[in-house]
Design a protein around this ligand. Structure first.
Ligand SMILES: NC(=O)c1ccc[n+]([C@@H]2O[C@H](COP(=O)([O-])OP(=O)(O)OC[C@H]3O[C@@H](n4cnc5c(N)ncnc54)[C@H](O)[C@@H]3O)[C@@H](O)[C@H]2O)c1
Length: 485
């Protein structure tokens, strides 16, 4: 079968596609079949140089435009993205294996929302006036310069937009490196921004593995690094950026808790656990994979959860009825299968799933473990696949202490009919993104990101502006200068 997936070239630099086949070959594999559906080449030093020089030059011109002019370009890009939603969603499905049922409403949609939101904000990014008697200070919100974006493989179109939109709104230029596992979608974001009127070089995409990412992070031309990836990669990238005193945003991994109290609406709690564990085949950073259920409701919860999992439609991701697709890669599937074995070896009970499907592609069953204890590896380590652990608890104080007993702090959720308790528990959570009676929603208007080892900085919302700009203050004296001698 032939797929409409081979890009014009591997990189998009200075407003056009660029190829250099001297770089290492990166095959793009369709997770639903295991077939190679496109090939790109890793950026050579010459390509990295070209992208950074282009961004450096373009940024000066872009920052001179008014915020309103920049915003217009971003909002036009959002419109184009919406018009092409079908094609972009199909490409996202080929790149990641996520069902079209999801990609057609989430990925390009969410990238377009970021372009629209930050496009709308761009004209109102101002400083302030601070009166000091007759003297005064005014502040100017300035761009940082050249920003590097480095993406994970689970939401390639969204991540390219979530990083690009606030960066460009503030007057920065971007060099974006998608994950080597899903290199296709970011190229389309670059194409659309260029078509919408972004000057050549303002948004560039180059391909490569960790070595290309590392070369970007350590380059003197780069002022800021925004990474979406795992905690181990985050530690390396943060350290490398620190050596150059560069700004960072770190959107890293998690092992988030969901607390379900006896008084919770059972059906909603099950829905929340499904959204927080099996959407995108469990490959979501904020997933609530430690599901703490109060003793009185536990058996009913597990029974209903397993019934609802029987309704998952696993199959061809392009079929609009399919609601559960393959894992992104053979490698990730094997990692998850290893954890499923570890869970059984540790003594947890496999209550649902746990097997690879006997067909082409990297398909696993949605998997539920019960009788999980806090010390088990499946309850402590990020699995990044469709594996839910049920843990039992007796009271609120115990549940909060156990929920917070982790190095991660990306997200946390609570299901209860008692609103006072809902707010009390949310206040006690050591996590950046919390939910009461729902889970895993990430609207562009709200800050998204983690505390503790899960990250630094926030994406989305007005808050993201602080992470893509800096304040200059200018003191203006109205009288003579007083000096001691
Ligand atoms: N917090 C969030 O918003 C968020 C969102 C999605 C995914 N994630 C996390 O991402 C992880 C899954 O994605 P992944 O497997 O692609 O992560 P990863 O850490 O393996 O790779 C992330 C990116 O970093 C690059 N990279 C690797 N080593 C590098 C280095 N030394 N210097 C610079 N760049 C380097 C990779 O090429 C890739 O583009 C999970 O841990 C998940 O929780 C977090």
């Amino acid at each position: 079968m032939s797929y409409p997936t081979q890009p014009t070239a591997s990189h998009f630099i200075d407003g056009k596609y660029v190829e250099d086949t001297d770089g290492g070959r990166i095959p793009v594999v369709y997770p639903a079949t295991g077939e190679v559906i496109a090939t790109v080449y890793s950026a050579t030093p010459a390509i990295i140089d070209m992208a950074l020089n282009s961004a450096k030059r373009a940024q000066v011109q872009w920052a001179k435009m008014t915020g309103t002019e920049r915003g217009r370009v971003l909002r036009r890009a959002a419109e184009i993205m919406r018009e092409r939603n079908h094609d972009l969603s199909v490409l996202e499905t080929y790149d990641t294996g996520k069902p079209y049922q999801e990609t057609s409403v989430v990925d390009a949609t969410s990238s377009a929302e970021a372009l629209e939101y930050f496009g709308g904000l761009a004209g109102s990014l101002t400083g302030e006036h601070i009166q000091l008697g007759e003297d005064f200070v005014y502040t100017v919100r300035e761009a940082l310069g050249v920003c590097v974006g480095i993406g994970a493989w689970n939401y390639p179109t969204q991540i390219a937009g979530w990083k690009g939109a606030p960066a460009l709104a503030c007057g920065n230029a971007m060099v974006f490196k998608p994950s080597e596992t899903t290199p296709l979608c970011a190229l389309k974001v670059a194409e659309i921004l260029h078509e919408a009127g972004a000057p050549a070089g303002v948004y560039n995409v180059i391909q490569g593995l960790g070595d290309v990412g590392a070369a970007l992070v350590t380059d003197d031309r780069v002022d800021k690094v925004s990474l979406t990836g795992s905690v181990p990669t985050g530690r390396k990238v943060y350290a490398a950026a620190a050596a150059g005193i560069k700004h960072v945003t770190m959107e890293l991994g998690g092992k988030s808790p969901i607390l379900i109290f006896d008084d919770a609406d059972l059906e909603n709690a099950v829905s929340g656990a499904i959204l927080g564990n099996f959407y995108s085949t469990g490959q979501v950073c904020s997933n609530g994979t430690r599901v703490y259920v109060q003793k009185g409701i536990k058996d009913a919860f597990v029974k209903r959860l397993c019934e609802r999992l029987n309704d998952a439609i696993i199959g061809d991701p392009m079929d609009p009825d399919t609601s559960f697709g393959p894992m992104v890669s053979e490698r990730q599937m094997k990692i998850v299968l290893d954890y499923i074995q570890i869970g059984q070896d540790e003594g947890a009970t496999l209550a649902y799933g746990g097997k690879r499907l006997e067909q082409d592609g990297f398909y696993l069953q949605p998997t539920v473990f019960t009788d999980v204890t806090d010390d088990m590896r499946i309850a402590r380590e990020e699995i990044f696949g469709p594996v839910l652990s049920v843990l039992e608890f007796e009271n609120e104080a115990e549940a909060i202490a156990r929920a917070n007993d982790t190095e991660f702090g990306l997200a946390a959720g609570v299901f209860t009919a008692d609103l006072t308790r809902g707010h009390r528990v949310a206040a006690a959570f050591e996590a950046g993104t919390c939910y009461i009676n729902t889970y895993n929603l990430a609207p562009v208007e709200a800050p998204f990101g983690g505390s503790k080892a899960s990250g630094v900085g926030r994406e989305n919302s007005k808050n993201a502006i602080n992470h893509y700009s800096q304040m200059k203050s200018v003191y203006v004296a109205m009288g003579d200068v007083e000096a001691p001698f």
